[in-house]
Ligand binder design. Sequence first.
Ligand code: PRP
Length: 187
Amino acid sequence: MHPLIKEVLLTKEKIDLRTSEVAKEVTEHYLKEGVEDEPIVLVGFLKGCVPFMGKFLENFNLNCQTEYMLISSYGSGTKSSGKPEILLDLRIPIENRHILIVEDIIDTGITLDFMVNYFKMQNPKSIKIITMLDKSKSHKVDIKADWKCFDVGNEFLVGMGLDVNERFRNLPYIGVVDVEKLATWKW
Ligand code: PRP
C-alpha cells in the first residue's frame, strides 16, 4: 500500500457486493415505473465518476445510454470553492428523458444541488441520484441521493475515482489519506 494511505476503508469486495445490491434496487425501481423501453440517461460527472460508473454498468442491465459532463467544484485544492462550473456539457436534449446521475461521492452536496437544478430547467421526465459514497454529515445544502452504497465520515478518501493531486483514482478500494504525511509530501 502507498505510504500516504493509512487505512483501507472499503475493500474492492465490499464495493462490488454493495454495488450489485444497489443496482438491483435501481433496476426494480425503473421496472416498477415501466420505463424499460426508453433508454435511461445515465449521467456521470468527470473525472471522479469513471470507476464507479463502470462498476455500476456491469450490474445494470436495463436499456440505457451513458453521458458524461465535466464539472469542477474543487479546482486543484481540497476544499469546495462552492461554485461548480460546467466545463463540458451534455450534447443531447434531455427533455422528457429519465436521468440517473451516477456520482462517486457527495460531500457538501453543492455540485449535485447545482446540477439537479440545471437539469430541472430542461424538463426531464425524472431525475434520480445514485452515489457510491455519501458524506452525509458534511452536506451544506439539502440534497439526498435516492440510492447510496456507503455512508462515510469526514476522512480524506481516495481510490475508485477519488483523488489527491490527481493521484490514486485507479485504486480499486477506498483508502484513507494520512493527512499528516500529506502536509509535507514531495510528489
Ligand atoms: C468531486 C466529486 C463530486 C464532487 C462532490 O468532484 O466527484 O462530483 O466533488 O463534492 P460536493 O458534494 O462538495 O460538491 P471534483 O470537483 O473534485 O472533480 P473530479 O471528479 O474531477 O475529482
